[in-house]
Design a protein around this ligand. Structure first.
Ligand code: DPP
Ligand code: ZN
Length: 855
């Protein structure tokens, strides 16, 4: 496959200022007629030939200025059309077969409706077009189809005309006044019902909002609608961004490769990020709906009004928009809890990517298949990089920078460099060296060494950015490191400092201390680094109890836990440290000053994925065993406190308020800590929690705990859950995931049986992920010592690839982590990659991931 390089960018030779698309809709056959006004790009090469991308489509007719086109040729799937003048009208007809489009890219059928997904390169599966984000066009979309099958007809922009046709057909015409790239085109036709609301913008524009779902699901759209309204208001208040059409539609579809898509004026969502009610969605699901609805809405400015010049700039819109959705969710809920969640995701998903064979900078330099670059690096690390700019500038200057960016580039296809420049000019930052964050992959390792004498504290800070594929030598990065120095006697500090660490080694001094202060480092996770500190257990314990930054308290506890979990793998438990952890956790359980949402975070042990990251080469079973052993110890030592907490939390009535949500969170966390210490008691409590539950958070939490136990009620409860929610796809997904997450030794047998269950299908990405992503993330299953888990994932990739390469490719990175794992397992993981590589008909998507993962 061809490798595309960032530095090879050239502007398009031809532009398409206007396009009219006419669709004759049908599930088996849809006819598309595209009429484009094309113009030679004065800033482009003087190529006479217009390059039109295609994928799995054929030309049914082609004319230029009303006459059959001459001299055109196909180059692979693409169409090359010689054009003599500077401006022409080009008309192309294509035929599509939505019902057999299992890739879910382009126009496809889902549950009887028709919908589209065009990012990144799906539009070329609908019609021939210069399918690149720097070609911006005004779209008019005319669609017609049978009224009974497709009563609702939607596209981008506002509906400008509609009417009845012959033989039970009808039609609608949608016009989008804002020029946009083809990846933001969308169309939906089907039997849908909507929750509607009117939003009045800051300048008094009335916007008709609608959330469309399948009949029967409308009751579960209230939270999505509330999240949308909150997003619109928040973006006005926080970034000064106002919505710009009279219509904003969201449609939920059940077959979707990604989470959701920000098509202009017509967002299309995976149902899992729209549908939510207390009976079927957990508190986590509610948060995810809010976050993703916000994310897609915020793209209207960061992505749509200002789009990307080319796909290497993906983080321009994704990193910034993730930061915006994180800030939004923090504002709607608890800021420190949100920060903890985001850092946990970064460590569990992005750090392994950054240290593995698929590591890439947030602005990659090359790719074979762009779908493979919708990664935690581009999204989550991209957000961290812009968050550092926010930290360095402060909120007011940052806002000046973002205002300048939107003003300067409105209506353009911009680059990451444009964003950085606008931040420099608007926020008054010098980001000359900071640009390295866009260029260099890898998580910087930072060590801090402290000396104290004569009232002076000397910190020696060293950094090293590890080598990553294609980047053997790295330069030191500018790292804004927030610290505070605590007085041991008073337990307070005299203010935070942000150290700018930008050399391989640097010394910072602080005067005027009576005794050596306690160091609180990288507060709020001010930089996405791996910190190796020499802070003593005693000082960490001090911070876990006294730090005034809630995030720093969490970090301190995590650090203590991590030391113990990894230390125990090497040389067994450290009694003093275990006791310190138990004491710190007891304080967390006793402290009335901590709300339950935060308490629930503090009760969670570091993820296995993060621990593997820190201990290469890792023995995943030994890490798991160490984790279970510490859970058992804590479950015993804190037994009475945990049962009392479970009792207290169980008495709190359901509501969506923070205290009730917090109660539900600590309730299940208490069971998790108890489960390794006292199976019988845990099973009793989990069953009681399940049976008494009037909401999904409690029910799922109890069932997930139960799934790892050997309790008599286990199978009954699983059957009850399935029976209760039969036909509700999103909840049946949970039923699969709960069983695949079991820590019992028979988990792989169970998964094999579940793959044969009548509810299992390879055609629905959510269902596939619910079973197999859970297996990949479950160390007991995936790292089974016989290699069966690895084989299962490789078999899945091979079976799914012909149907849906994009989703299949997402499973490969799990096997690609073999370098981090002990040699025996590593060899088996690598052997599975080699087996996949031998498959001659691998998709471009899977081939790229497999090849890079073997090297
Ligand atoms: N651009 C989408 C999103 O991240 C992904 N399809 O919102
Ligand atoms: Zn996005």
């Amino acid at each position: 496959p061809e490798t595309i390089h960032r530095l090879d960018y050239t502007p398009p030779a031809w532009l398409v200022p206007e396009i009219r698309l006419e669709f004759e809709l049908g599930t088996e056959l849809t006819k598309v007629k595209s009429t484009m006004k094309v113009e030679r790009n004065p800033d482009g090469s003087h190529d006479q030939t217009m390059h039109l991308c295609g994928d799995n489509i054929a030309v049914m007719s082609l004319s230029v200025d009303g006459k059959p086109a001459e001299g055109w040729t196909m180059s692979g799937a693409n169409l090359l059309l010689p054009l003599p003048g500077d401006a022409h009208e080009v008309t192309i007809e294509t035929h599509l077969h939505p019902a057999t489009n299992s890739q879910l890219m382009g126009l496809y059928a889902s549950n009887g409706m028709l919908c589209t997904q065009c990012e990144a390169e799906g539009f070329r599966r609908i019609t021939f077009f210069p399918d690149r984000p720097d070609v911006l066009s005004r779209y008019t979309v005319h669609m017609s189809g049978p009224k009974d099958a497709f009563p609702i007809l939607l596209s981008n922009g506002d509906m400008t005309a509609s009417g009845e046709g012959e033989d039970g057909t009808h039609w609608a015409e949608w016009t989008d006044p804002w020029p946009k790239p083809s990846y933001l085109f969308a169309l939906v036709a089907g039997e849908l019902v909507a929750r509607k609301e009117v939003f009045t913008t800051m300048n008094g524009r009335k916007v008709d909002l609608a959330v469309y779902v399948r009949p029967g699901d409308e009751e579960r759209t209230e939270h999505a609608m509330r999240s949308l309204v909150n997003s619109m208001k928040w973006d006005e208040e926080t970034f000064g961004r106002e919505y710009d059409l009279d219509t904003f539609n969201i449609v939920a579809v059940s077959d979707f490769n990604m989470g959701a898509m920000e098509n202009k004026g017509l967002n299309i969502f995976n149902t899992r990020y729209i549908l939510a009610d207390p009976d079927t969605a957990t508190d986590g699901d509610f948060d995810a709906v809010e976050g993703v609805v916000g994310h897609e809405y915020f793209h209207n400015w960061s992505g749509n009004r200002v789009t990307c010049r080319d796909w290497f700039q993906l983080s321009l819109k994704e990193g910034f928009t993730v930061l915006r959705d994180q800030m939004f969710s923090a504002a709607m809920g608890s800021e420190p809890v949100k920060r903890i969640e985001d850092v946990r995701i970064l460590r569990a998903a992005q750090f392994p990517e950054d240290s593995g064979p698929l590591a890439h900078p947030i602005r990659p330099d090359s790719y074979q298949e762009i779908s493979n670059f919708y990664t935690a690096t581009v999204y989550n690390k991209g957000a961290e990089v812009i968050r550092m700019m926010h930290t360095m500038a402060g909120p007011e200057a940052f806002r000046k920078g973002s205002d300048l960016y939107f003003d300067r580039h409105d209506g353009e296809a911009a680059t990451c460099e444009d964003f950085v420049k606008a931040m420099e000019d608007g926020a008054g930052l010098d980001l000359t060296a900071f640009r390295l964050w866009y260029e260099q992959a890898g998580t910087p390792k930072v060590t801090v060494h402290s000396e104290f004498s004569d009232g002076t504290l000397t910190l020696t800070v060293k950094q090293k950015v590890p080598a990553t594929p294609g980047q053997p030598h790295k330069k030191p990065m500018p790292i804004p490191l927030k610290i505070a120095l605590f007085d041991r006697a008073t337990g307070s500090h005299s203010g935070e400092h942000t150290l700018m660490v930008d050399k391989a080694e640097q010394v910072f001094t602080f005067d005027g201390f009576a005794e050596a202060p306690v160091l609180s480092l990288n507060r709020g996770f001010s930089a996405p680094i791996q910190l190796e500190s020499e802070v003593s257990d005693a000082d960490i314990k001090f911070l876990a109890a006294k730090d005034d930054d809630a995030f720093a308290r969490y970090e301190a506890l995590q650090q203590l836990l991590t030391r113990e979990l990894l230390g125990a793998v090497e040389h067994g438990p450290d009694e003093a440290r275990r006791a310190a952890i138990a004491e710190a956790l007891a304080a967390v359980l006793d402290d009335d000053g901590i709300d339950d949402l935060m308490r629930g975070e503090l009760m969670m042990l570091p993820t296995i994925s993060f621990l593997i990251e820190l201990s290469a080469p890792a023995d995943p079973m030994a890490i798991h065993a160490s984790r279970e052993r510490l859970k058992a110890y804590l479950g015993q030592r804190l037994h009475d406190r945990l049962t009392a907490l479970h009792d207290r939390a169980s008495a709190v009535a359901y509501s969506l308020e923070a205290d009730a949500r917090g109660a539900r969170k600590v309730k299940t966390q208490a069971l998790i800590l108890l489960s390794a210490a006292d199976e019988a008691e845990t099973a009793r409590r989990a069953e009681a929690q399940y049976r008494a539950a009037d909401n999904m958070t409690d029910r799922q939490g109890a069932l997930a705990v139960m799934a790892s136990l050997d309790a008599p009620a286990r199978d009954d409860l699983l059957a009850d859950f399935h029976g209760r929610y039969e036909g509700n796809a999103l909840v049946i997904d949970k039923w699969f995931a709960i069983q695949a997450s079991s820590l019992r030794p028979d988990v792989l047998d169970a998964v094999e049986a579940l793959a044969k269950h009548p509810d299992f299908t390879m055609k629905n990405p959510n269902r596939v992920r619910s079973l197999y992503m859970t297996v990949a993330g479950n160390p007991i299953a995936f790292h089974d010592e016989t290699g069966r888990g690895y084989r299962m994932i490789a078999d899945l990739v091979l079976a799914l690839d012909p149907l849906n390469p994009q989703t299949a490719a997402r499973f490969v990175p799990w096997l690609g982590r073999w370098r981090k794992i002990e040699p025996k397992r590593a060899a088996m993981m690598r052997a599975e990659l080699e087996r996949m590589a031998k498959e001659p008909s691998l998709s471009k998507d899977v081939r790229e991931q497999v090849t890079k993962s073997i090297d």
